[in-house]
Design a protein around this ligand. Structure first.
Ligand code: AMP
Length: 448
């Protein structure tokens, strides 16, 4: 095969049909569990005013410092002012912006929203880390209660269970206290590292300056060794955070959700308070978390709204697909073609168009009238498409009002009356296997 002249940009991928069936399946599970728990779907723009991410997520987080894809609304290069927009690296900040913008505090609280779609991070692409990837995302905004934390985690757990990958994953959970708790802890951590900076790897020495909490989930061995005798965040939690955490864990027990308390789990973003959690694949740990989230009580206020609590999670769909493939899960594929209609001659070609159309309207997946090749090569094509039945219509058949029905697997064929072709095929395929649906019953659910 010739080398393609154009390829997808680094860190992006075509979602080919064989992978799309996984995505469709995941979305189905997501929509199903969302509806059961009263979440409504929201969609926000792919790009936003960059300040929404910078303020919400935090200027010194990896996502903002290194990974924001900037977008300029200006055309041309003569303007060297800073770009105004950024592609969304995640959903939470955008959804909170939307909550404030549309006055959703007037709605009954909490407001439960979910979103599915692409996010963008300008990271160095590597396995499981792309520049464009898809997330499904759930948020509960406007009411704070430990039972909501537990129920949110349960939704994620149920989806992972539906997709048959829950048993490959392990829920890590922690409480990182309030902003004040973390402030006091960060001071203590900085004090502890005075005189020890030299022993820190470069990146972590920088983090000590800009975002010391990130040291806790550092992958550097030297840092982890130093942290062994450092003060812990747990020692700085106020009583309310400790009690809240206990209650969340109690509720998770009540719901039968397995978890592993992880005092080192902080998640990188500034907006998190108290509950944070991630689902890890035990073999790769934090490196390739499948999903994660936490409570972000200060975020809405940071974005100009009133003091409003919130909690949410995001799950990476590419990593979910990878887990499903590792687990040998094959999503049901409804893309198979049932019938190939082969024809020869202008009359037959014209006649078979309405036959194809009738079959399709009856819910039979049908292709045909693909060109003017010989019947023999059309049959070969039918075979390659893997159809179960072929209908053959030549000039003779048109004249006599008949058609040939061939069972591809059995290699047998018979002549039947043209008018009986559609009911004959329906009978062979079986009513319950027909792909029919009433748009009014499914409006807005099967797309996206
Ligand atoms: P985060 O909020 O950064 O933990 O992201 C939530 C989830 O999105 C992660 O657990 C991953 O499954 C997924 N994710 C985040 N960044 C990427 C990326 N660059 N490529 C693919 N998936 C990602």
């Amino acid at each position: 095969m010739a080398e393609a002249q154009f390829r997808t940009p680094k860190g992006t991928h075509d979602l080919l049909p064989e992978d799309h069936v996984f995505m469709t399946y995941i979305k189905k599970a997501v929509r199903h569990r969302a509806r059961q728990a009263g979440y409504k779907r929201i969609e926000t723009p792919l790009f936003e005013n960059r300040a929404i991410f910078e303020r919400g997520i935090g200027a010194h987080t990896d996502i903002v410092e290194k990974e924001l894809f900037m977008v300029s609304s200006k055309h041309g290069t003569d303007d060297d002012s800073q770009p105004e927009f950024a592609l969304r690296p995640e959903f939470t900040a955008s959804i909170c912006r939307s909550y404030v913008e549309h006055g959703m505090q007037q709605l009954p609280q909490p407001v439960e929203l979910y979103a599915i779609g692409p996010c963008f991070r300008h990271d160095r692409p590597q396995k499981g880390r792309y520049r464009q990837f898809n997330q499904f995302n759930f948020e509960i905004i406007g009411l704070k209660d430990a039972s909501l934390d537990a129920q949110l985690i349960q939704v994620l757990s149920r989806i992972l269970e539906d997709l048959k990958i829950l048993d490959r994953l392990c829920l890590q959970i922690n409480n990182i206290g309030t902003a004040e708790n973390r402030g006091a802890y960060v001071e203590a951590l900085k004090d502890y590292f005075i005189g020890k900076e030299r022993n820190l790897p470069d990146l972590d020495r920088k983090r000590l300056e800009t975002n010391p909490l990130r040291l806790l989930d550092s992958k550097e061995e030297d840092t982890q060794i130093l942290l062994k005798s450092a003060p812990t965040l747990e020692q700085f939690l106020n009583d309310e955070s400790k009690a809240y955490h206990e209650t969340v864990l109690e509720y998770l027990d009540e719901l039968g959700i397995a978890y592993q308390p992880n005092p080192g789990l902080v998640r990188g973003l500034d907006y998190y308070t108290q509950t944070v959690f991630e689902y890890w694949d035990e073999s790769t740990g934090a490196q390739n978390a499948v999903g994660g989230g936490g409570r972000y009580d200060p975020l809405i206020e940071l974005l100009g709204g009133s003091n409003t609590p919130g909690i949410g999670f995001a799950c990476g769909m590419e990593r979910t697909v990878w887990q499903m493939k590792q687990a040998g899960i094959k999503p049901p594929n409804k893309d198979q073609v049932d019938v190939f209609v082969a024809q020869l001659g202008p009359e037959a070609k014209k006649t078979c168009l309405s036959l194809i159309s009738q079959l399709r309207d009856s819910g039979v997946h049908t292709i045909g009238a693909l060109g003017e090749a010989s019947l023999k090569s059309q049959m070969r094509l039918a075979d390659k498409f893997g159809v179960r039945y072929t209908l053959l219509l030549g000039q003779m058949e048109v004249k006599e009002g008949v058609i040939i029905l061939r069972d591809m697997a059995a290699g047998k064929q018979k002549q039947i009356k043209f008018d009986t072709a559609v009911p004959a095929i329906i009978k062979l395929i079986g009513d319950k296997n027909l792909d029919t649906y009433m748009l009014k019953d499914h409006m807005g659910e099967e797309d996206g």
